[in-house]
Design a protein around this ligand. Structure first.
Ligand SMILES: [Zn+2]
Length: 112
């Protein structure tokens, strides 16, 4: 298996590279399926690429999306909890890292 070649040669970095799709897809609803594909077929480069693409696929997470009415006014600015970038409160995604904003749960509020 490719993993057993990677790990002695590249160490933890090789293991991290091998499990990259699992790491990226960690928050996904299909995280366990991505992990299974990554682990079992990752050594066949095709399986690794498929699991990576799957992990990168955009997915609507139930409960995170909010209607425009529930969002704070557009003149309020927030910091992204992931990358600390400044995000306008009417933007559904962080411009910096692409993370979907969950407005009711966003805690780092800044007023300008
Ligand atoms: Zn961000």
């Amino acid at each position: 298996m490719l993993a057993f070649i990677f790990i002695p040669v590249f160490g933890l970095a090789g293991l991290a590279l091998y499990l990259l799709p699992t790491i990226i897809g960690f928050r996904k609803r299909n995280a366990s399926a991505i992990f299974a594909l990554n682990l079992l077929l990752g050594w066949t480069l095709v399986g690794w690429v498929v699991s990576l693409v799957w992990a990168l696929t955009k997915e609507d997470i139930p409960g995170v999306a909010v209607s425009p009415a529930e969002r704070p006014p557009a003149n309020v600015v927030w910091t992204c909890p992931t990358c600390r970038g400044v995000v306008a409160s009417n933007a559904p995604f962080c411009q910096g890292c692409g993370m979907k904003m969950a407005w009711p749960g966003a805690v780092n509020r800044l007023n300008y």
